[in-house]
Design a protein around this ligand. Sequence first.
Ligand code: FES
Ligand code: FES
Length: 399
Amino acid sequence: MNSLRLTVNGASVTQAVEPRTSLADLLRENLHLTGTHLGCEQGVCGACTVIVDGVPVRSCISNATGCGGAEVRTIEDFDEDPLMIELRQAFNAHHALQCGFCTPGMLIMARDIVERLGDADEQRIRQELAGNLCRCTGYSGIVKAVRSVIVARQANGVVAPPRSVGLGPAGCGHGAADETTAKPVISPPQPATASSATKAQLATPGKIGASAPSVKQSFVIDHPQDVIWRQFGNVPAMIRCIPGAALVGETEEGNYQVNMRIKMGPIGAQFAGVANQQRDDRTMTGVIHGAGRDERSASLAQGELSYALHEEHGGAATRVDLDVKYALSGALGQFARAGIVTHFIGAITAQFTENLRRSLSPEAGDPEPREASELRLAGSLAIAVKSWLGEIRRKLFSR
Ligand code: FES
Ligand code: FES
């Protein structure tokens, strides 16, 4: 738990939060500010929009601990706000709401548009509201309502005061602008040591919970089953085939110490951990257990790779069936979503297969595959994100 201090709707708030607590959960669950709605919880629908340090922010994907020292304003704080009163009246007049689920996020965003762009036309309003989804109204009334407020304010000569926004991501503490404002951010960072439970998991990585998500992959390699079986039994050689992985040493218990570097778009992590393997010669199946910790993000990754070899093409080739189970906790836990992990494992498998082929290829001359120092998944991630967006939109609009 981290002790977090921030300002919410003008009041100084101190809360103990988990590293993974989102700002939305802090507001709704801890502070009971339920005017902030949760729709997709993936940063797509905009229902959870709040103001952090003067900027609209999706609270479902904002870490609460990242908002230490920030000034947060939720829809409840705008009850008496003159601009919000105008917007509420305009939403009523233009029938801009039906179920009202999207409305708090819409109003917060609409207020930001009016304040920031005092002369936005209909096209600009539509652009600016593109990140706020409404499943009921078709947007026409919402856009008309926002535009009517802009026109009315222009007619009355109301000019919004210029806003100054600090550099850096919203919620990084710019709210504490003067010395009298609550300054403390987060309690001092915990020493980067693993908890005893984590240490135990890292010392002897074992079976992952039965409920852990799993991804299945298969590939065929043009070598007989016994050749592939021998190669899978050579753990150091296998680790060299895994992109981003490097063998560091062996523990007294016979576990392998492994480092794994991963880069997903702008996010980089280096997991240090251990792995071991159990095999059954009779069925040509095996299981590799691994657990690692990224100290910088205090994230723990656990994995279980089960493999089974089958003859293909009359024994000339081997089909390898993989079943990967995984668990990711800590700050990087957000990447444990099925869409990302499926693409992640797909990318690793493709590179692993290529490296395995190289390691078995006599004409390559070099029996050791080139070790990938870093696994880059930006492209794969982009595909995953795109597919979620489509899925979420489909869900939202099919209701
Ligand atoms: S709930 Fe946060 S964007 Fe949808
Ligand atoms: S009014 Fe129902 S989702 Fe917008």
